[in-house]
Design a protein around this ligand. Structure first.
Ligand code: WTA
Length: 631
């Protein structure tokens, strides 16, 4: 199923469009099924109702573990690199990983988990996180991994939305020179989570934690009570595999639902092709398993292909900005898949951290999460790839399950800052505001997808209508991505960024409405409006305009109070970079905030604000512009 020439890509693409069922049916033969499907695809985008590989039975962990044991059992599956480089790294072979997953699956069962139950995972980037994820899949429980940077309230919202029965966590996490008390955060969250019966706690940093009798158990104690034999639960192709919460332009984060069969095929197929993975190579994706990139391209994609996946606990700048390069050298990494924000941050340290580092093992480079600017692309290409490693700029989303538009390494000619061409099976279309197709090349529009692919979301947990409204109602019979896009003269795609009220801060998706809600929860705040602005390292920064008439003490302190509130409500990742106190917001006569104007002011553009004739009170704009100059 690996594409090895551009001609083959073109042929496969053509086939995938002309006869999608045959195409995906053949791809799916490369995986292990307990029972075959009777129908490859049935679908409509109006409900939406999408089913892939109907009738097929499988367990994704048999594809990620069991099927590699005979020939590759002693091959490394996971290489764990700890936060502190002085500590030993850990290698788990496929055999060892299989054994540990089975053990932990038995621990889950011992603690009452069964097929269909939802389990929240809030853990550091340690091998046990991958083990916990796979153990859920082994017994047919649905995992909902929550990134370690979210607050107790965010966790509680997610646990309650999914009605989770169990939580898996650790005492704490290391992040550079900081320690994060994960269990303490979970304890706060669980005060408001009546559905949670058990909490399994891994010892990692060995910080003191409270352990509630009857609810909390230690991972290490539980291990003593189980063996390593655990038959995989037989799952239907369309049974739920996991829920992953992601931000949109309105309301609370949505639980994006992925199912077993289609997701497995898509994650495995795209991993193998996009990175042109070769047996024996070491692959390093720097994402966190708390996000979709970690799900698809640290755990499921690589392991389904028998690859060696590096799992890194720390951050790119600890203890020095050479850390990534040290890891590449130490583990002889062949593929490095990271985010533009990390590249820009490392770039800012100049060439010094690269001195004396042996990066000759690198064969393929990857970028994900946000548009990569040309400067960062060239730096990555020259300094890290030495002009010899193709860069795959991979565009995709939590909802798409896997990479959608991307070069295929060593096959597709690349172009800086272009995600290039759709993968086989993916049919992108650009539309104007009214949903009319924009044909031809050298055009821009809103990016939609007009045909299903196996890895696409099936619903949003507990609220199918919301799934329909968010993705399938903006334009009839199309999946709407929320991204703007350019298609150049060569038919190459370049993603220009979100066209809705979603920000992309350091590759993290954050809804402006969510941040506004959090700020508005601060006592004394009357109203706020949040927009993004260009940020050198983060891609986008968060700019908040806040009405706070009777401040408690000095303005600077009040800003810190607001940051504290946002940290409590959402988590530190959503903290505004800039807060401007204002006496009013620019509104239309019907009371709508004119974000367009605020965006311009946040970008530093103060003269050319466009049409302001519908403003209720133009004076407010003058005042905001003046105040913004002093921020
Ligand atoms: C953005 C991350 C430009 C885009 C996998 C998308 C990108 C959102 C790229 C999804 C890229 C992701 N070039 N923009 N290569 N990759 N994006 O759900 O706006 O965390 O809609 O999934 O990130 O973010 P999410």
């Amino acid at each position: 199923m690996q594409i090895t020439s551009f001609k083959q890509y073109e042929e496969d693409y053509k086939k995938s469009v002309e006869n999608p069922e045959q195409f995906w049916g053949e791809v799916a033969q490369n995986f292990q099924w307990r029972k075959p499907w009777f129908k490859v695809l049935s679908w409509n985008f109006s409900e939406p109702n999408i089913k892939w590989f109907e009738g097929a039975k499988l367990n994704i962990t048999e594809n990620c573990l069991d099927r590699h044991l005979a020939a590759n059992g002693d091959k490394p599956a996971i290489i764990w690199e700890p936060n502190n480089p002085e500590e030993e790294s850990v290698t788990l072979t496929y055999k060892m990983l299989h054994e540990r997953v089975c053990r932990f699956a038995n621990i889950l069962k011992r603690n009452g988990a069964k097929k269909g139950d939802r389990i929240c995972i809030y853990m550091p980037m340690v091998p046990e996180l991958a083990i916990a994820v796979l153990a859920c899949a082994r017994i047919g429980a649905v995992h909902s991994v929550v990134f370690g940077g979210f607050s107790a309230k965010s966790i509680a919202d997610r646990i309650n939305d999914a009605q989770c029965k169990l939580v898996i966590t650790a005492d704490g996490a290391y992040r550079g020179n900081k320690q994060i008390p994960l269990k303490e955060v979970i304890d706060d969250a669980l005060i408001g989570c009546p559905t949670v019966e058990k909490c399994i706690v891994l010892t990692h940093i060995r910080t003191p934690v409270s352990m509630l009798k009857g609810r909390d158990v230690w991972w290490e104690d539980e291990v003593k009570h189980v063996n390593d034999i655990c038959e995989a639960e037989e799952m239907d192709a369309e049974d739920m595999l996991f829920i992953l919460y992601t931000s949109g332009s309105t309301g609370k984060p949505k639980g994006v639902v992925h199912t077993c069969g289609g997701y497995m095929v898509y994650a495995g197929y795209t991993f193998s092709n996009v990175f042109n993975y070769q047996p024996g190579e070491v692959y390093f994706c720097t994402a966190d398993i708390g996000w979709i990139t970690g799900h698809s391209y640290i755990v499921y994609g690589p392991l389904s292909q028998g690859a060696t996946s590096v799992l890194f606990e720390g951050i790119p700048t600890y203890p020095t900005p050479s850390r990534f390069w040290d890891i590449v050298e130490k583990h002889k990494v062949n593929t490095l898949y990271t985010a533009p924000t990390a590249i820009r941050s490392l770039m800012s340290f100049g060439d010094e951290p690269l001195n004396g580092k042996n990066l000759s093992s690198i064969r393929v480079l990857g970028s994900v999460g946000e548009p990569i600017n040309e400067e960062a692309w060239h730096w990555f290409d020259e300094k890290i790839g030495h002009g010899k490693a193709p860069i795959v700029d991979t565009w995709w989303q939590t909802e798409t399950g896997g990479i959608m538009i991307s070069p295929i390494a060593a096959v597709t000619p690349t172009k800086p800052s272009f995600a290039t061409l759709p993968l086989p099976g993916i049919q992108p279309i650009l539309v104007d505001e009214n949903g009319k197709e924009i044909e031809g090349n050298g055009v821009m529009g809103n990016l939609c997808i007009k045909f299903p692919w196996p890895g696409m979301l099936r619903t949003t947990y507990g609220d199918h209508e919301r799934c329909k409204q968010t993705y399938f109602s903006t334009y009839e019979d199309l999946y709407f991505t929320g991204d703007g896009c350019l298609r150049d003269e060569d038919g190459y795609y370049r993603i220009t960024g979100r066209v809705d009220d979603v920000l992309n801060v350091s590759g993290h998706r954050i809804g402006t409405a969510e941040v506004e809600n959090a700020i508005n929860m601060h006592a004394g705040v009357v109203e706020s409006a949040v927009v993004g602005y260009p940020h050198d390292v983060k891609g986008q920064g968060i700019y908040a305009f806040v009405i706070y008439p009777e401040m408690h003490g000095e303005a600077e302190l009040s800003k810190k109070d607001i940051l504290q509130t946002v940290t409590r409500v959402i988590g530190a990742i959503a903290k505004p970079d800039k807060i401007l106190f204002v006496s009013g917001l620019p509104k239309t006569r019907s009371g709508k905030i004119m974000r367009r104007i605020l965006r311009k002011i946040a970008e530093g553009e103060t003269s050319n604000l466009g049409d302001t004739s519908t403003l209720l009170d133009p004076g407010v704009v003058e005042e905001i512009i003046e105040a913004s100059k002093n921020l």
